[in-house]
Design a protein around this ligand. Structure first.
Ligand code: GLV
Length: 311
């Protein structure tokens, strides 16, 4: 008998046909579509289950996250901590995040918002570049797989790259900083700061006034991690005071971003709806199948989250 995997689908996956979920390795059940006995479920697959949901599945062998970030699971006070939590590691996700960050770093460097505004007014407004990409230092907060990939893509366009992580990590061509002690030195050298940190109790609210004050005058911030990393009011204050020149936000404290949020209309903010990197269903399902095959064969699961550390 095949094990049973219960899927709770993130928005955007609904277009997938039911056949997409069938597998030779497990029986797929879709929350909201199929009837199931909670005690018969062996694996849970999803992104942000409602708090308490996993507790209602008493026989889980593993939880497989469809997202790279697992904060949506760990914030559940009833998360069953003894059940291994596997995070998605999808090369496509790092590729997409790299594209997003490079695109915005280039838009910043090439003043694209200035030219968009000029076009909207039918104005032929030239503006010279005052520096080359090679003069611009892009600092990456979070130097894991995604951060290292972003750095490599930025280097291909000549940007200087530096990275900060909790424990020391090395990535080719990246000037590396580690731990709280080296954070100020790192921040003081970031013309563009990119946040790809995991959301943990230590990193919640890390993008705040005190941190912005340590960035060089005229710096930019790109947040592609989690909305809860950023104190939005602090960012707006730093932009309005002129200390920061601009920000690119893909994630927000409240998602969807409410229509009356000042972020939508702020002249120095580019906002996108959490699309910098989206787990691609087909490669994610192949990953899920591989994880369950391994678990059923008694082999170790890949990319198991350290629940105490939070990533
Ligand atoms: C997306 O936000 C993810 O965690 O994969």
């Amino acid at each position: 008998m095949k094990p049973q995997a219960l899927f709770l689908l993130p928005p955007g996956w609904n277009a997938l046909g039911a056949d997409s979920f069938s597998s030779a390795v497990y029986d797929a059940l879709l929350e909201g579509r199929d009837r199931y006995a909670p005690e018969a479920i062996d694996y849970f697959v999803g992104f942000r289950p409602p708090p308490g949901f996993l507790k209602s599945l008493p026989k889980l062998k593993a939880v497989i996250s469809l997202g790279a970030g697992v904060d949506g699971f760990l914030q559940d006070p009833d998360y069953p901590k003894a059940v291994p939590l596997v995070r998605s590691v999808d090369p496509n996700l790092a590729i997409q995040m790299g594209e997003y960050v490079v695109m915005h770093a280039l838009m910043i460097h090439r003043h694209q918002r200035f030219f968009d505004a000029a076009q909207a007014e039918h104005q032929w407004r030239q503006r010279m570049l005052t520096r080359n990409a090679a003069d611009i230092r892009v600092g990456i907060l979070g130097l894991g797989t995604i951060g290292a990939h972003i750095a490599a893509k930025l280097q291909a366009f000549d940007f200087q790259t530096l990275g900060w992580s909790r424990s020391r990590k090395e990535a080719p061509g990246v000037k590396s900083f580690a731990g709280a002690g080296e954070l100020p030195a790192f921040l003081s050298q970031c013309d563009i700061l990119v946040c790809v940190l995991p959301l943990t109790p230590d990193t919640r609210g890390i993008l705040n006034s005190a941190l912005f004050a340590q960035l060089p005058q005229g710096a930019y911030v790109i947040n592609v991690a989690r909305g809860a990393h950023l104190i939005e009011a602090d960012l707006i204050a730093a932009l309005d005071s002129g200390h920061l020149a601009g920000a690119v936000l893909d994630v927000f404290q409240t998602e969807p971003l409410p229509p009356d949020s000042p972020i939508w209309r702020h002249p120095k903010i580019t906002a996108t709806p959490h699309i910098a990197g989206i787990t691609e269903p087909r490669s994610a399902l192949a990953y899920v199948e591989d994880c369950i095959r391994r678990a059923e064969a008694g082999q170790p699961l890949p990319n198991v989250v350290n629940v105490a550390r939070g990533y």
